[in-house]
Design a protein around this ligand. Structure first.
Ligand code: AMP
Ligand code: MG
Length: 395
């Protein structure tokens, strides 16, 4: 059997980082920046007021109370300002440019709020409530390095330096196809021997959680020819394909039967539980990576976390490797098969302990939904006594 690490290494050696693409800023959320973002001008671009109040010369308000004539009113966005001289005040709003001659802003709360003249009851030192040009960003400064993941604030600063379009590594487009003659769509009644397809929903959602663009292509019955047709139809819009089911040792294994003859997809036993049967390779002219995951719902999800998620990170231009683990102390004893790495479902508690869920079957999806981590038990370990430190992967 192949080790989990060797399987992941093979996958990461095969998948390629997606080529950069220039997109409208609105479409960049969740992508990875493929250029450096540089500010063309300082931010703020001009000295402006941080508060609603009065722009004055600090010397005029050194002794208070004092009453000054209000010679002008400046709102945010105003231009063509009059300079102020000694003994003058200008009413000014937050974000409005500071007029020449003024060196401080008295907040309206320190005054009587007058419009013809204003009585100021508290002194403001020079520079009070003034935002200087460039005190956020200098002209020519790199505000985001290449490789940054674009979230809301990152998207905001790209707009804030005036950019409309941006070069990014796009989100990988991932087509999810589940196979199984027993599958019916949720929302329709179950016939004898049928179950509702959950994997295509789980995996599409997992793709989105992992920063990909998931397309659920629905289900295919257990016919290799129909499966190949469907795959062919979907390949045009896929950077990656994920299938579930049809890869084990039984009869009616459409994915294995259809893809094995191509010679570009390998089906192997990986030393792990759940999720032993794994297929991986490339398909089509464009050599699109394909993950043929086992059909049991917990197996396909665990396989996604271990193999697909790191691959998607690489495609997105992010550092990738095995899932991050942390240490927790297991509550209750665990067993694990010799020679296989186990990924048991558990609930990580606030006190640093982890409680395994009761149902650990690879079909027991409700137990997975109740878990928040996978407990990793190494290949060489078969018994884990209560209280032992273990590695966990958050899910
Ligand atoms: P297979 O890998 O096709 O042999 O499927 C293994 C088990 O997983 C069987 O019990 C299937 O009914 C179940 N299974 C396969 N595909 C799905 C799916 N999309 N949703 C829920 N269960 C599935
Ligand atoms: Mg099947």
């Amino acid at each position: 059997m192949k080790s989990v690490d060797a399987h992941l290494a093979g996958i990461l050696a095969t998948v390629r980082t997606l080529a950069p693409l220039e997109v409208e800023l609105e479409r960049s959320l969740g992508t990875t920046l493929a250029e450096e973002i540089v500010a063309p001008v300082p931010l703020p671009p001009f000295d402006n007021s941080a508060m609603d109040g009065y722009a004055v010369q600090a010397a005029d308000v050194a002794a208070v109370p004092v009453t000054l004539p209000v010679i002008d009113d400046i709102a945010a966005g105003d231009d063509g300002l009059r300079a102020i001289g000694p003994g003058h005040a200008v009413r000014i709003m937050t974000g409005a440019p500071l007029p020449a001659g003024a060196d401080t802003v008295v907040p309206v709360e320190w005054t009587d709020g007058g419009t013809a003249s204003v009585t100021i009851s508290r002194s403001a030192p020079a520079g009070n409530a003034v935002r200087r040009a460039g005190d956020d960003v200098q002209a020519g400064q790199v505000v985001l390095p290449s490789g940054t993941q674009i979230g809301a604030a990152q998207l905001g600063i790209i707009a804030g330096v005036g950019r409309r379009r941006v070069w990014v590594r796009p989100k990988p487009r991932v087509v999810v196809l589940s196979t199984g003659a027993e599958l019916v769509e949720p929302g329709t009644p179950l016939g004898p021997g049928q179950i509702w397809d959950s994997n295509s929903y789980t995996l599409t959602a997992a793709v989105r959680e992992a920063g990909g663009d998931g397309f659920r292509a629905g289900t295919v019955a257990d016919d290799p020819a129909v499966f190949l047709d469907q795959l062919d139809a979907q390949l045009v819009r896929a950077d990656v394909v994920i299938t579930s089911g049809g890869v084990s040792m039984g009869a009616y294994e459409p994915v294995k039967e259809a893809l094995s003859p191509l010679g570009t997809v390998t089906f192997e036993k990986v030393a792990m539980q759940p999720g032993m049967p794994q297929g991986f390779g490339v398909v089509g002219e464009d050599q699109v990576p394909i993950f043929a995951l086992p059909g049991n719902p917990v197996s396909s999800y665990v396989s996604f976390m271990l193999f697909v998620r790191p691959a998607l990170r690489k495609m997105r231009g992010l550092p990738s490797g095995p899932p991050e683990t942390s240490t927790a102390y297991v509550v209750g004893a665990l067993r694990s098969p010799e020679g296989k790495r186990s990924f048991l479902r558990g609930v990580l508690n606030d006190d640093g302990t982890v409680t395994p869920v009761h149902r650990q079957g690879s079909h027991q999806l409700a137990a997975l939904a109740a878990a928040n981590c996978l407990i990793v038990v190494p290949e060489t370990v078969t018994e884990v006594p209560s209280g032992t430190p273990v590695q966990v992967i958050r899910i």
